[in-house]
Design a protein around this ligand. Structure first.
Ligand SMILES: Nc1ncnc2c1ncn2[C@@H]1O[C@H](COP(=O)(O)OP(=O)(O)O)[C@@H](O)[C@H]1O
Ligand SMILES: [Mg+2]
Length: 270
């Protein structure tokens, strides 16, 4: 029952959001317990792979304090507005539409000093006040953990399926379990676990060696009742090539072990 004008306003905004989300296809929320474990790498390259497969793909960066999606894609340019005043995501490749707070900043080294409610409002605007075209899939790259951004995604986009990225190190696994508890508490679905940096591809001989024990991410996935979706090796040669060519991993080194594992991961997600 609607009791106040505030109530009515909230319901209208929710309706607008739901209508927009209905045009944005399958949604994935790339998350982790810890920073630096590869979320942005996974989100950006998955989006790239899906777009290359002909899927109309959106990629939204909600990591306000470390927005790295555009640097992972080497995408430049500022977000503009259309005649209706809606933000227009950057079309960085055919079929790939990207919106990151980084592309809203006039100073690339500028920082956003936003608190929770401002972030919730911004994420809502990134969906409803943005000219996303009709999409087949939509990836949300997030900061680590269970803070404001994750809460906002859970509240605004409850149909998102999470992809939980972790390394095999005990501290990353411990924090990943906290994120899994958060997903359960907020009723976000969990599509599976991605084990990143568990093995090292030697840049000189190409041999693969274990960095972390392989059983941790697998045991985590099993205990959560979800698949271990991928094991991505730490691939220093591919990263070096990516930086040198200023192209994302998938394009700079498509035959590299990490790019092949990322492409396989894109194939198993619908
Ligand atoms: N499997 C990998 N092989 C090589 N470099 C990687 C791999 N995964 C991540 N990186 C690099 O590690 C750094 C941290 O990854 P990033 O995706 O930014 O982590 P997060 O988004 O979780 O903070 C980045 O410089 C990224 O390019
Ligand atoms: Mg990141």
């Amino acid at each position: 029952m609607i009791t106040t004008l505030g109530d009515l306003d909230r319901r209208l905004r929710q309706k607008e959001l739901d209508e927009k989300l209905a045009t944005m296809g399958r949604k994935y929320f790339v998350t982790s317990g810890k920073g630096g474990v590869g979320k942005t790498t996974v989100a950006a390259n998955l989006a790239l792979a899906k777009a290359a497969l002909g899927k109309r793909t959106g990629l939204l960066d909600v990591d306000f304090h470390g927005p790295n999606v555009t640097s992972a894609l080497f995408a430049e340019g500022r977000i503009g507005a259309n005649d209706g005043g809606l933000m227009v995501p950057l079309e960085v490749r055919p079929n790939l539409h990207v919106l990151s707070p980084q592309s809203l900043l006039s100073d690339p080294d500028g920082a956003l000093l936003w608190k929770g409610p401002r972030k919730l409002r911004a994420i809502s605007q990134f969906v409803t006040e943005t000219a996303w075209p009709e999409l087949d899939c939509f990836f949300v790259d997030s900061p680590p953990g269970t803070g404001d951004e994750a809460l906002a995604v859970a509240r605004l986009m409850p149909e998102c399926l999470a992809i939980l990225v972790t390394t095999g190190h005990a501290s990353s696994l411990m924090d990943a379990r906290k994120t899994a508890s958060f997903l359960k508490a907020t009723r976000l679905g969990l599509r599976g676990v991605v084990d990143n940096m568990g093995t090292l591809v030697c840049p000189s001989c190409g041999e693969t060696m274990e960095i972390f024990p392989p059983d941790g991410p697998r045991a985590l996935a099993e205990s959560l009742g979800v698949p271990l979706l991928a094991r991505l090796p730490w691939d220093a040669a591919a990263l070096k090539l990516s930086d040198a060519l200023r192209k994302p991993l998938l394009e700079a080194a498509p035959a590299s072990p990490v790019a092949r594992a990322l492409a396989d991961l894109a194939d198993i997600l619908d």
